[in-house]
Design a binder for this molecule. Sequence first.
Ligand code: FE
Length: 219
Amino acid sequence: MGSALDKDQGAGNDVPMPHDHRDHPHDRLPSDPALRVRALETVLTQKGLIDPAALDEIIDTYENRIGPRNGARVVARAWRDPDFCAALLDDATAVVSGMGYYGRQGEHMVAVQNTDETHNMVVCTLCSCYPWPLLGIPPTWYKSDAYRARAVREPRKVLADFGVTLPEGTAVRVWDSTAEVRYLVVPQRPEGTDGMSEEQLMALVTRDSMIGTGLAVSP
Ligand code: FE
């Protein structure tokens, strides 16, 4: 599956995080997001506001049982079926809901399609909004300060960090996710995939290709 799926492991290298909190030592929260989350979870649990077992269940569901497979199925189907693709681009929420992909963090979906003219890339500049029902839990780099700032400011450089070089004539369009709207990128279908089944095509659709920081894999 190549470079795209390896990004999780190497995220820190690919998208450096200059914001290390040494510049404001008075910050009372631990700098490590994992520690912050742990602290918040402890407080909320002590107050009886959350149930840790329920949290674990939610995370396991989105991380292991959903992952990016749902999104890959949507893309593979869009590649094979022009009518489905048109409907998806027209009203992604309705189409993916019809496939059973609906739920928290994915209530209002918009699908954007990559072409020779336009490459789409998704970020959440405010926090980490992400289409959970289609792609699972967002990768660490997606939530990083560096990615969120640079995706808008210098998207081509970010793409280069991910190993993606686009033709000069291809425009990069960056979509800023919000709590209201989540985006799914439909990557370009690779050459040499005519006649492939939905399952075969799904294997070519990486998570990053549906965020726009990668391309679909050539068979
Ligand atoms: Fe967000």
